[in-house]
Write a protein that binds this ligand. Structure first.
Ligand SMILES: Nc1ncnc2c1ncn2[C@@H]1O[C@H](COP(=O)(O)OP(=O)(O)OP(=O)(O)O)[C@@H](O)[C@H]1O
Ligand SMILES: [Mg+2]
Length: 289
């Protein structure tokens, strides 16, 4: 296992349970402390085997990090562990100052509100307009509302600005289901931004898109990481896409981190061990149980 560069964990929650302040340090990239800091994470579902074992991960502001690994290697589980959807057996998971293994009452909702998520199937409400879908990203701070008329004009203005940013403001009034896959994913990204997230998790966001759309969506996500200064963690199944569009690559195999390095130091041959067939390289050491 190639361990990622060690960095100080992000600070714990403030007394009010809010996010930790990031202070300047010598950590790369961007001389910032990590927004996400995972140490020695183990996850098992119920009484099943460990599906993550000894995972370390740091995510820094402004970086796009690609998560690679065969099906079942634990990519989605690692992402779920950052939003409290995966059972932490041991280790620590800190996100924006929250300690996911020891959350206080009400904090789980706060963590989830601060993480924008993008999925392979977009997860839009097809019969609602594009604009309304984006507005739902503000539900956590909009108070009691109804989906049709309850958002403030400030929310609407922001949603339209975000649609403009992702290039589909002209579709604002259309039903979401009438859009192409690439357009729907842009709506989903605008919805995630509507949350004003501190972190974006994108689980196979281009798996349903053609190559051209895939590049466009990954460009968009990387631009957001850089311009908004938030980390984006994106799981992918296509090595060249990861090599072209990410600053760092984390490779999971059998629930362990096998590769963790800056993309500029990696190429396809360095990533191939992540995908080595189980029946070729398996040994007792590979067993997680
Ligand atoms: N809710 C669950 N209950 C039990 N086992 C689960 C659950 N979710 C995932 N697993 C198991 O955890 C392991 C890792 O699954 P995970 O979905 O994280 O992999 P993945 O790398 O995202 O795969 P894919 O590329 O197919 O999406 C698999 O063995 C899977 O069967
Ligand atoms: Mg998955």
């Amino acid at each position: 296992m190639i361990a990622p560069a060690k960095a100080s964990p992000a600070g714990g929650p403030t007394p009010a349970g809010g996010p930790a302040q990031h202070t300047q340090s010598t950590h790369e990239p961007g001389n910032a402390l990590p927004l996400v800091s995972v140490r020695d994470l183990a996850v098992a579902y119920g009484t099943g085997p460990l599906v993550l074992d000894g995972v370390d991960l740091d995510l820094f502001p402004r970086e796009m990090v690609a998560l690679l690994g065969s099906s079942g290697s634990g990519k989605s589980t690692l992402m779920k562990s950052l939003t409290g959807f995966a059972p932490i057996s041991s280790g620590s998971v800190r996100v924006a100052g929250y300690d996911l293994a020891n959350l206080r009452r009400g904090q789980l909702r706060d963590v989830r509100a601060s993480v924008g998520q993008v999925f392979q199937q977009f997860n839009l409400v097809g019969r609602l307009s594009v604009l309304t879908n984006v507005l739902t990203g503000a539900l956590h701070d909009a108070g009691p509302i109804n989906l049709v008329g309850g958002f403030t004009s400030a929310h609407r203005k922001r949603a339209l600005e975000l649609l403009d940013r992702v290039g589909i403001a002209h579709k604002a009034k259309d039903d979401a289901r009438s859009l192409s896959g690439g357009q729907q994913q842009r709506v989903a990204i605008a919805r995630a931004l509507m949350q004003q997230p501190k972190l974006i998790l994108a689980d196979e966001p281009v798996a349903s898109l053609d190559p051209k759309m895939s590049h466009q969506v990954l460009d968009l996500l990387r631009g957001i990481a850089r311009e908004d200064g938030i980390p984006v963690l994106v799981s992918l199944h296509v090595m060249p896409l990861a090599l072209e569009h990410s600053d760092r690559i984390i490779g999971l195999r059998h629930g362990e981190v096998l590769v963790s390095d800056s993309t500029e130091r990696l190429d396809e041959s360095a990533l191939e061990p992540i995908y080595a067939h189980d029946d070729e390289g398996a040994s007792d050491d590979d067993d997680l149980v």
